[in-house]
Design a protein around this ligand. Sequence first.
Ligand code: B12
Ligand code: SF4
Length: 485
Amino acid sequence: MNSIWPWSKKRTSDIVWIDLGDLGDLVHPNGPHEQWQDHGLGLLRTILHQNGIETDILSTRAITSWDQLARQLPGYRMALMNVRSYTFPVALKAARIFKEINPEGLVLAGGMHATVAPEEMAEVEAFDKICQGAGEEIILDLVRDPDSFPRVFRGQGARSMADWPAIDRELWPKPADWQGLLADLRPRQALSTWKLRRAFNWPLEPECGWGPPPVATVITSRVCPWQCVFCNEASYIPNMGRRPVAMVIDDLNELDEKYGVGSVVIHDSMFFQNPKWLQEWIEEYPRRANTVWPYWAAGRADTVRQWPDLFAALIRETNWKLISIGFESGSDRVLKLLNKECTEEDNYFAIDLLNRIGDEMEAEGKEPPIFWSNLMLGIPGETEEDAFKTMRMLKRMKRVFPSISYYAPYPGSALGFQLIAEGKSLMSTENYHRFPDDEKVKGVNYGFYRELLAGAYDAEVNRGLSPEERQRGYAGLYQQALAKA
Ligand code: B12
Ligand code: SF4
């Protein structure tokens, strides 16, 4: 039996970037979304390597026990990590293990959690430097001379995403090594990891049902100007210029020439903003891209209503196949509570429009577009009738992948901060969101929601719906649609 894990990994540096996520996500993943790669890590490692600072990569997702991480850490003098609130528990543990093994070593942490909850980060001694905000303009100085920075400090971002280098995707972590697992007498894990490696398409990403593999994830814009109280990124991500259309297309063509692209996921919080950029995308993408790859991207119902022609043109001319809309709720009362600035009417407008475009495209023999419908349940203040309205709205969608989650009070968002301050958040440093049906807020009747998703209230939900609409969401579908949040 081999005692070093993972086997045959060569060291190139005494600096290591620790990719964060739940243990085992790159060994035997539960679902596709835990396998997406981290653009923050990719961008900053690319900058480091292009400037002569080599780093190794380890991933908590590619191991199944903390001991496996510990065995890989001796001898590193520096560890870097991108900490989001949902990876804070893992970051904390990894940082402590790193310091136990390398007491003289330094842990440099940045990311969303460092940005929105610096005091929670600062309580953890193992974090030596904590960078709030963007890191691309300071990462080189920080790694070269960490002592010149205070323990908690503000980073500096680029003015525009045009200044970002294209990510070197070979700097992203790989799924776990099946040969090593076999050598370590774990034949079952080795088999599932062998399958994962084959299907992963590293350094591109695996298929998740949104489009053909290999999948290329890209980011064209950094921030959304709206201020929904459960999110409001604008309050902590400074505005920055969008990546120019030509650069996005060049990046994709280059990836295609190197690795072959099957489809694209545009990971922007809000793709459907800035009509001028979108118009240029409509003109350029079909003309300049090696293939007009189908893609997944996000929008809002109110702007679909505001720019219906632009929306339709994007679908028809640029192959926008998976349309992610943050509908969140089917009730005006709740939409107001969320400061969503969308109404029930906006939501139904967007739904009916996409249903119609889909019908027309099907009649033309084309593959119709599909909603990726983001919905929240368990919002403080939501009544049972509000929740029925949300499920009723979902049934109006003809072609849909529902993504339903229990509202989660993340720090950074206005409502999250408020509920944390009131002591109502159930998300802790040990457990931000381990499982989809984790209870997130005190006082919310999760039993009701579980029954709702199991179909116990179908009579109420189906009230006023057409016979066809009633059939939608067969038993179990909505339960399965419950996502980690
Ligand atoms: C793409 C994305 C996803 C993707 C992919 C995630 C992934 N693997 O990266 C998917 C769809 C899977 C996803 C899922 C979720 N996400 Co998400 N996601 C994003 C999104 C839109 C972009 C992330 C990104 O790549 N940004 C660009 C990179 C370059 O930025 P960055 O990673 O922050 O890194 C920069 C800085 O933070 C800093 N930095 C980072 N690391 C370091 C390290 C050092 C040493 C230094 C100095 C600096 C530094 O420098 C970098 C360059 O400027 C963000 C919102 C946003 N606009 O950023 C939300 C966001 C990160 N997601 C969020 C959440 C809550 C989730 C979910 C829990 C569900 C949900 N409610 O949306 C799930 C959980 C996923 C899981 N694994 O379990 C929150 C996190 C909030 C928080 N307080 O941490 C955000 C901020 C959105 C929001 N407002 O709610 N997400
Ligand atoms: S929820 Fe969506 S629309 Fe609202 S602020 Fe966040 S990204 Fe923007």
